[in-house]
Ligand binder design. Sequence first.
Ligand SMILES: Nc1ncnc2c1ncn2[C@@H]1O[C@H](COP(=O)(O)OP(=O)(O)OP(=O)(O)O)[C@@H](O)[C@H]1O
Ligand SMILES: [Mg+2]
Length: 254
Amino acid sequence: MSMPSLLKITDLHAKVGDKEILSGLNLEVRQGEVHAIMGPNGSGKTSLSYVLMGHPRYVVTKGDIQIDGQSILTLKADQRAKLGLFLGFQYPLEVPGLRLGSFLRTVATEVKQDKTPVGQFYAGVKKQLASLELSDDFLSRSLNEGFSGGEKKRIEILQLLTVKPKFAVLDETDSGLDVDALRLVSNAVSTVRGPDMGIILITHYQRILKYVRPDFVHILVDGKIILSAGPELADEVEAKGYEAFKGTAPVSTQ
Ligand SMILES: Nc1ncnc2c1ncn2[C@@H]1O[C@H](COP(=O)(O)OP(=O)(O)OP(=O)(O)O)[C@@H](O)[C@H]1O
Ligand SMILES: [Mg+2]
């Protein structure tokens, strides 16, 4: 493979309205790496994913986000998606009238310029549905409408399997999943994990990290990363809580 792509976040400051929610965040993610981001409620984790995707309400006031040296700050969400960014939502949107099957096909053709013939494409999607233990019926249902919490999360992973982005941001993919679903979803993430995908896994719990072993764990507090280390940091957080880490001076990520 050629040089892995690099997603580089430098001294990122962002606000919503008058409120600063990210205050000097640094993070480097290469294709092929899995980074877990942990942090207390309200520390800015979901905001980080919105800022990465270019949500218009989240305004960057300082710093930069670059993919392979090119700033993406002026790009809209769809342009960022074409560059290979993927975002899974903590609370996935319901889109009545948009069938999951057409949605996936559109994403594949528009975002990935996927030229797979329709029949072959859906055959692949059905295999992936089966691997997530979901029935084909989901393809004709409206996106996320009436899906249970766990089903939404699994469909999000189905999107990830379809899109195979360069960089995926998964926000609390593990929340609301029963033990079996957690294992299915973790297995699916482990399957797509590989040299071509960089993953930012936002989570509160280390249980998903037992299945999807991260290369790096970062602790985000008050809008910045205050500590970065290997996977053992997740166990330490579980044992000690976040309070133990507050007041730690910010460190560079790598
Ligand atoms: N649109 C918004 N308007 C006002 N405040 C916001 C908005 N979005 C985020 N915030 C605030 O920014 C802070 C960070 O929120 P964020 O959702 O990023 O936290 P989080 O780390 O994802 O928390 P959790 O673990 O509970 O999901 C919170 O205080 C939140 O209320
Ligand atoms: Mg959140």
